[in-house]
Design a protein around this ligand. Structure first.
Ligand code: NAD
Length: 495
């Protein structure tokens, strides 16, 4: 059985906590590794190492940092198949999903290669006689990233690319459910020439996070995970005086207006609801069918779902893999019984799908006539269950989306540009798709939700990510004109 340690000072680091947990292959239900869980001493060792590495990394020229980032980009790209295999083995998502997450993550490294442009300050000459004012941005120091299981490579890249490019050093705490991707990335970063201590990985659970949140040398915490944990991380981290951005869960609505093209909307809903088994914070989990579109749309989605193939990532024909744990699979299945009791109609029942023998599989499900009081509507299910809420008008649809406590992503499907523009203006969510079901911004914009989907004021990655990982400093300088100075510097006395 493989034993996974931590990554500190550019190499594997065995902790002494004595606490360990299993890592499973969700497609086979086999335990494939044993993971060390960090205690306070291990966290302190990683932070001390990152702290020691900070002054030299901060002083490393922008050109040299960029050179290393380009190499990181090349190495992750050329090892994407190995990285994808690790993701599939520990997380369960099929290879196309794993490769997709790597590609979207790499965008962030590519953007970070342009950090000199991003960090450029402003300059105002002669604001008073002999006085200039200019702004610069400087790294914070040691920053922490705490990441979820569902994107074990992409979310770490959202965080570390900007953080290290801006001159910080990083301690990452990946999900204990699938830590292999972060550990592999750490090796690639070292191979790319990133100095030891600039990027460290500590494995484990809440105990490690609790220490990071109060460690005096941690300047900032970038968290991505579920809403209750995000809220708590934000509260505890800011109470300890740290800069915190904490991205939480979601309930993403896709509004389909009566004029929408049904086949296109059904294709979009199915891929957005069931990609990565619905374990995506930007997954569409509610289709809001407006007016007459409902019957045809439900039929078109059900027809597509019947053709969707569920299986392990080793099956090249599989389009959707298993869920992350048996407990999570059972919890998701429990929403189906709940929905039935509460009066929803189960159009497609994933519990009845023929599934591979072992592994944490569940088929795809479609619930119709879902109402806002049902638990399947209220909760983030985070699995392959898509609910349809039928409403009478655009205003009803908007009201539903805006009343929802989450505000991560949302989408509208319509052929009417005016209606789409109005939705973009009215809707209370951080990311909006117009005929695009999963509007994850490209890496030169920033990603983030509103309401209970984000605690903090800066979105993650892109320009706001660079701001998050830097302090602003404004310099006001006065230099007397040498022509009038009392020391003769050899300038002609012209004034
Ligand atoms: P999670 O909140 O359970 O765990 C996230 C991280 O926090 C992990 O590293 C975990 O070890 C740690 N953690 C868990 N419980 C903790 C506690 N009580 N105290 C301190 N740390 C704790 O989330 P998850 O199940 O790994 O991921 C799924 C969730 O993440 C979903 O809710 C999903 O919507 C959300 N998510 C959000 C985004 C986004 O960008 N908004 C992106 C991906 C995932």
């Amino acid at each position: 059985m493989t034993l996974i340690h931590h990554w500190i000072a550019g190499r594997s680091h065995a902790g002494q906590s004595g606490r360990r947990g299993p890592v499973y292959n969700p497609a086979t239900a086999e335990q494939i590794a044993e993971l060390e869980y960090a205690d306070e001493a291990t966290v302190d060792a990683a932070v001390a190492c990152a702290r020691q590495a900070f002054p030299a990394w901060r002083a490393t020229s922008l050109s040299r940092r960029v050179e290393i980032l380009f190499r990181i980009r090349e190495l992750i790209s050329s090892h994407r198949q190995e990285l994808a295999a690790i993701i599939t083995r520990e997380n369960g998502k099929v290879p196309s999903d794993a490769l997709g997450e790597i590609a979207r993550g790499l965008e962030n490294v590519e953007v970070a290669c342009g950090i000199p442009q991003i960090l450029k300050g402003q300059f105002s000459e002669q604001v008073a006689t002999g006085v200039d004012v200019y702004s610069i941005r400087q790294p914070l120091g040691v920053v922490a990233g705490i990441t979820p299981f569902n994107f074990p490579a992409m979310v770490p890249m959202w965080i570390f690319a900007n953080a290290i490019a801006a001159g910080n050093t990083v301690v990452l705490k990946p999900s204990e459910k699938d830590p292999g991707a972060a550990m592999y990335i750490a090796e690639l970063l070292a191979e790319a020439g990133l100095p030891a201590g600039v990027f460290n990985v500590i494995n484990g659970d809440r105990a490690a996070v609790d220490r990071l949140l109060v460690h005096p040398a941690i300047e900032a915490v970038s968290f991505v995970g579920s809403t209750p944990v995000a809220r708590s991380i934000y509260e505890r981290g800011t109470a300890a005086g740290k800069r915190v951005q904490a991205l939480g869960g979601a309930k993403n609505h896709m509004v389909v207006l009566p004029d929408a093209e049904i086949d296109g909307a059904a294709d979009a809903a199915i891929s957005a609801a069931f990609g990565s088994a619905g374990e995506r914070c930007m997954a569409v989990s509610v289709v809001v069918a407006v007016g007459v579109v409902a019957d045809a749309l439900v039929a078109a989605m059900a027809e597509r779902m019947a053709r969707l193939r569920v299986g392990p990532g080793t099956d090249p024909r599989a389009q959707m893999g298993p869920l992350i744990t048996p407990q999570h699979r059972d919890k998701v299945a429990g929403y189906l019984s709940g929905a039935e009791r509460e009066g929803a109609k189960i159009v497609v029942d994933g519990r009845r799908t023929q599934l591979p023998g072992r592994g944490f599989f569940l088929g795809v499900s479609l619930l119709d006539h879902v109402t806002p009081d049902m638990s399947s509507y209220r909760d983030e299910i985070f699995g392959p269950v898509l609910g349809v809420v039928r409403v009478g008008s655009y205003d009803d649809a908007l009201d539903l989306v805006n009343r929802n406590p989450y505000g991560n992503g949302t989408a509208i499907f319509t052929r009417d540009g005016g209606a789409a523009r109005r939705f973009q203006y009215d809707v209370l969510a951080g990311m909006v798709g117009i005929n695009v079901p999963i509007p994850v911004p490209v890496a030169y914009y920033s990603f983030g939700g509103w309401k209970a989907s984000l605690f903090g004021d800066q979105h993650i990655y892109g320009p706001e990510g660079a701001l998050f990982f830097t302090h602003g400093k404004v310099v006001t300088s006065r230099w007397p004109d040498p022509a009038t100075s009392r020391i003769d510097l050899g300038f002609p006395q012209t004034r």
